[in-house]
Ligand binder design. Sequence first.
Ligand code: F0G
Length: 433
Amino acid sequence: MPAHLECITCHKQFPINQVLYQCSQCNDLLDVAYTFGSPDPKRLKVDFLNRKLSPVPQDQSGVWRFRELLPFLDRFDSVISLREGNTPLWEVPRVAREAGLQHLAVKHQGMNPTGSFKDNGMTTAITQAKLLGARTVLCASTGNTSASMAAYAARADIRAVVLIPEGQIARGKLAQAIDYGATVVQIQGNFDHAMQLVRELSGEGGAYLLNSINPFRIEGQKTIVIELMEQRGWRPPDRIVLPAGNLGNCSAFGKALREMFDLKLISRLPKLTLVQAAGANPFAQMIRSGSRNLIPMQADTLATAIKIGSPVSWKKALRALEWTHGDVVEVTEGEIADSRALLARDGVGCEPASASTLAAILKLSREKKLMFSEEVVAILTGHHLKDPEYILEYHEGKLSHKGAIIPARYQNSLHTVAAESQALKKLLFDHDK
Ligand code: F0G
């Protein structure tokens, strides 16, 4: 098979089916690496598209229909799939106008089976888990990974154990993980503590770790950007903007772009712009200081999905930034909250962490760092209904951070009237007279 595991630093190679999350020589992160050969890029593009018309499950999956770019399996007929991927790319004219851009598009990964981009990576990682004979799969999570892992583990008939920071994940995500039958354990600590604990627990009783430190997660998440290129007729945009927490997704984007370029599927690399909340910005701090050493911090943001102070994949993220000449932008709680609500006025809902992308685009535009004609795509990572409490508090004018209310620029109030038509007419039409 033309696939192996390879350390990103010392390049030591390991067999593809060895259970390993870090290099045994230098402890650094691992890639799934391939010898691709030189397939005809035109043929690949036709095959990817034609599979959408096939009734075969692995062809209908928006991950596995790109399988020539994830050839770590000998055969693809027993993959664990929920027909993930195939997510929409939408123009958002209202936000584009506000950002002074001719066009702005969002690719909505919240339209996945469990409502987040994690499904793209979970189908590949759980398939590998099954192949390796894992009896238990394990993750730490700010919510979406746990929801996704719980669903895919249920499909694969593998026990799922998730560790979450108590009281710090959105209710929608918690409901999903419990409902899909996972063993859900709240810890009295933050995500970074949970991550440390699952790393210590992996291997116990055959437990296999499914956080994005597992390189098979990254493989599936590559298809988000592969599919984006397909949707744009294989014409890369100028810039792709995505939220950055544990830094797995941007690592996947960097790897996918490099591989697509090497395989001549695209002719240039778009710039990656990574976005962190100002209260959870260890990577942004590192880049700003010009250092090559990430200093962990105590994270604090209402965008709980990216409330991470010690991201495990920062070296891969740095590599992705270097490959794409990318940058990192920090945004405030108020900017995230208003951007999320503004996007909803375009008829597109998303969870707070996802809206950080639009907050960054608006900020770059205010700072005159975007050109009118620049082609920008924002990745919306999670579904509108993951965190309804945040949305309602925003519109009720109750959303607060560190004891201060966040002013709501796009507030919409809820009305209550008596159940009779006079009262309704007065409320709805009186101002027209
Ligand atoms: N957006 C959402 C909605 C997320 O759930 C996450 C991460 C990110 C962005 C950041 O992606 O970690 O690859 O940089 N959520 C993880 C979780 C940590 O446990 O669900 P990243």
